[in-house]
Write a protein that binds this ligand. Structure first.
Ligand SMILES: C[S@@+](CC[C@H](N)C(=O)[O-])C[C@H]1O[C@@H](n2cnc3c(N)ncnc32)[C@H](O)[C@@H]1O
Length: 240
């Protein structure tokens, strides 16, 4: 079943895609950091889980990977198909459900900015582990739990960091608006879920945006931290 929160992306598929192409957070921070974490992907079979309109899939494919994308939003997958071509392997699917792939199918899975839409990570991580080959990697980026918590506290909200919490926001991108529901959780709940699903944590990283983005986004520059800010948190997980 496709949940309301995921198909909410249908209502701003074009607007989101256009902004994702050039934004500081996606084009100059999250995507380059994810590609850096992935390293040399030539010849690797990769699942892009929550592939959205396919920007990361395209970059991985340019680097020689064989990419399959899955996303709950049919509208986003239409955008991805326009980018990647009619023969791209793209599936509509909910990451809360069993995945339509055999055991040990992928060398790597990238789950870029998608897990924070899911309330319960247990079935999802179990499925991602199942479809990864032994020795494969799950590369994850999520909203940084400290950034979310600090933002809420600074806004005067009485947030309990240690609970898994529902948050709804209205996003307007490229003139289109969507109401999105997120599930925030503390760092220990993330690391606990990864290890309980059988992953070894290889790296937790808080990378910088591309230093070259400073000219385009002077507001992103901080005199103490440069182009490094609390926004997303990255994990490299290994299926040993
Ligand atoms: C912020 S976008 C991801 C960005 C994208 N990975 C990139 O590299 O630019 C979030 C995506 O997650 C998808 N999504 C949200 N919940 C989902 C779910 N339960 N199952 C599958 N996809 C989901 C949305 O449809 C949307 O396309």
């Amino acid at each position: 079943m496709i949940p309301e929160r995921a198909s909410a992306y249908d209502s701003f598929a074009e607007g989101y895609t256009a902004e994702n192409e050039t934004s500081l957070l996606n084009a100059h921070y999250e995507r380059p950091a994810m590609l850096e974490l992935a390293g040399d992907v030539r010849g690797r079979r990769i699942l892009d889980a929550g592939c959205c309109s396919g920007a990361l899939s395209a970059a991985l494919r340019e680097r020689g990977a064989d990419v399959t994308g899955i996303d709950a939003s049919a509208g986003m997958l239409e955008q991805a198909r326009m980018r990647l071509g009619a023969d791209a392997d793209l599936r509509v699917g909910d990451l809360a459900d069993p995945l339509p792939f055999a055991d040990d199918t992928f060398d790597d899975i990238v789950a870029s900015l998608v897990l924070h839409y899911l309330r319960d990570w247990v079935p999802t991580l179990g499925e991602l582990r199942r479809v990864l080959k032994p020795g494969g990697r799950l590369l994850v980026s999520v909203e940084h739990p400290f950034a979310i918590f600090l933002g809420q506290r600074l806004a005067g909200e009485e947030t309990n960091y240690f609970r898994t919490r529902e948050r709804t926001e209205e996003w307007t991108m490229g003139g289109q608006t969507a109401r999105l529901t997120f599930w925030d959780r503390p760092l220990h709940a993330m690391t606990g879920a990864f290890t309980a699903a059988g992953f070894r944590i290889g790296a937790i990283s808080e990378p910088s945006a591309l230093p070259s983005a400073r000219e385009l986004f002077p507001d992103g520059y901080d005199e103490h931290t440069g182009m490094r800010f609390l926004s997303f948190l990255f994990f490299a997980l290994h299926a040993d």
